[in-house]
Every structure is written in structure tokens, then in C-alpha cells.
Design a protein around this ligand. Sequence first.
Ligand code: PLP
Length: 395
Amino acid sequence: MASLSASLSLHPLIPTQLIPDHQRNSCAKWRSVSFQRLEFQSSLQGSFRQVRIAGSSHQKAQALVDSRTQALDVPILTCSEAIERLRKNRENHKGKQQFLAMYSSVFGGITTDTAAMVIPMDDHMVHRGHGVFDTAAIMDGHIYELDQHLDRIIRSASMSKINLPFDRETIRRILIQTVCVSKCQKGGLRYWLSVGPGDFQLSPSGCHQSALYAIVIQDQSPFDSKGIKVVTSSVPIKPPQFATVKSVNYLPNVLSKMEAEEKGAFAAIWLDDEGYVAEGPNMNVAFVTKQKDLLMPRFDKILSGCTAKRVLTLAEGLVREGKLNGIRVDNVTVEEGKNADEMMLIGSGILVRPVVQWDEQVIGDGTAGPIAEALLNLITEDMKSGPSTVRIPIP
Ligand SMILES: Cc1ncc(COP(=O)(O)O)c(C=O)c1O
């Protein structure tokens, strides 16, 4: 370290502040002994500086000096410069989705400036995954199933030992106001409850206040009803204690989705520890059996989907019309699933999506089935004109 400190202190491009105090003292002594063996060359190459040190015994020191000098090229920004760069970055990387408004309890308000839509680095949700989230669709000036999703996030927060930053009614009011400010007509609301910012420890004991964040995302794309292919996931399913919580720990879900995409499929289906059909990475699964029953896996080891539960209620209309014989929530074997007349994925992001192939097995006659189509129509209609229990008007 002495040789490095000396070389750094002698070099005109390296401020002595970079050298820790305890090493600065040893520099002078080292300089008199070893300086003859070093020859400094400073050159500007492209945008970074290089220091060359003659003498083979100093290759290690050279690498360190190089990395120190290169680090000097990183700009040091004021707050407004950083924000300006965040804004430019957003403008340069516009995706399909537009972020219209964000609420943060950390700054205690709503912003429509995308550059300010950030959360603190020391929030334990960022570096420990200690946070939960939920969603709700926005359609025609209404928020769909907000209360059902709110119940679920509060349950998830309790299972994750996250205290609510506000009571339920206040959280609900903040979410509705954020959507109102966004002026979004069609899209989605996503919100997070985090144990909060504080430090970089594992325990949240240093987090002074739990946090609420929410964002409104505009999405005009229509819901797709084309039949899709699924595969069985080789990524292990989360154990029930974690699968039933909608936490931000979605790495297994992400890897499972990526595995599906690599195999040319839309999603990968998880089986539970007993080999029964479980769920997809961000959707539930349902089948229409040969006996014309709507069959859905039990919810005790998977996420209790708000859309799936609504579909179970809406499907009662199809039973009354004689299109379905009955509705069952039960264990589903892979054999039963693969031999079903219809298979579908259900979730707030896709609503109801028919599956026409699972691994090598063609489902039914290989085309999108009539029950999946009827359920998609029913839920779309419910979003547009359902009862007040599922549609919250945006003021
Ligand atoms: C793992 C998982 N299962 C099921 C669902 C479907 O839930 P919902 O219909 O409430 O969106 C989701 C939603 O994101 C999910 O992440």
C-alpha cells in the first residue's frame, strides 16, 4: 500500500485527498527509497487517464493506479444536475408504458415528473427485498377491484411484519388521489408497502418509518385473446409461506418467465411440492374438464389471485346458462390438466388468456376454447360496468 500511496501522491492527476491519512505519512519515506524505480507517464487516452509504471514488480500497483485514476472521470453531480440526468435518461429510454404520477410517503406527496419517481437506496425494500406490493387496473375512469387488492396487500404486509405507514382508509384515499392526478383512463396502478429507509442492515430495527409508494402507468394496449403455449417450470416454486405473500421477491417468477420465453412459450407453470398444478409466475391457472367443470387449483400454496376469485364468481352465470356444469377449487393433477378440454391463465395483467399447448401436449382441439372466451368477455364487461363493489370511481 505504501508504494501505491506514494505513486498516487506524486502523480499530478491524483489529488492527495484520495490517499488515507495513515498512508500519507509513509509516503515521504517510501519516495526516497523507491522513486528512482518508477517512471510516471501520464496520457489522456480517449476519455480516461492512464498512468504507466516502469518495472515489472509494479504491475499490481499499476492496475490499482489505473483504476484509481479512471475513477476520477466519474462526474460529481449536484442534486439538480443528477435530476436533470435522470430526466434525460427517461426521455432517451421511453418504453411502451408511460408513468403518469407517483406518490411517495418519503416525500409526502404526488409528482408527475418522471425524473422524481425514485425511491431511496437505503430503503430495505431495495436492498433486502423487505416490501410487498399489489396492483389494480384502471378502466374508463374507475379503479377495478381496488378493495380486494388492498385487502391482499395489507395481508401481505402483516405476513412480512411491515407496519402500515397509514391506516387502510388513508392508503385507499392516497391511491385514489394519485390516480386522479394522473388523469389516466386506461392502465394500471401499482403500489408498495416497504419496511422503509434507514440503513443497510438486515434487521429493519434502524428503519424509522414504513413507506408507501404508488405509481400510475398508462397502458392503452387491448387485452389479447390469442391462444398461447406454456411449459412446466424447472425453476422451483416458492414454499407456501412465501408464495402466498405478494412480496417484491420475484426472482423465481422472473427466471420462470425467462425460461418460458427461451422455450418460445408465454409462461411456465409451477407444480407444488406434491406435484399438483400450482400457478404461473404472475397469473393463476384454470381448466375446463371433460365433465364441463371449471376447475381451479386450491389457493393454500399459491397467491390468492383477485382476478381468479372474481372469475369464479362470474362463472356462476355460465353455470346458470348451462355452459358449465359446475365450479370446483381443488387439487389438480398434471394429467387432469393436460387432458382438460380447456386451459387458461388468469391475472390482472392478462385477464383471461386461453392456453392451447402445455409442453408437448395440445390442449383440447388446439384452439382457444369457448369458456375462456366467455370468461374474458364477462370480466371485461365487469371492468366496464360491474357493481360498485368492484368499480371505484375516480373523482
Ligand atoms: C404469483 C402470482 N400468482 C397469481 C397472480 C394473479 O393475481 P391477480 O389476479 O390478483 O393479479 C399474480 C399477480 O401478479 C402473481 O404474481
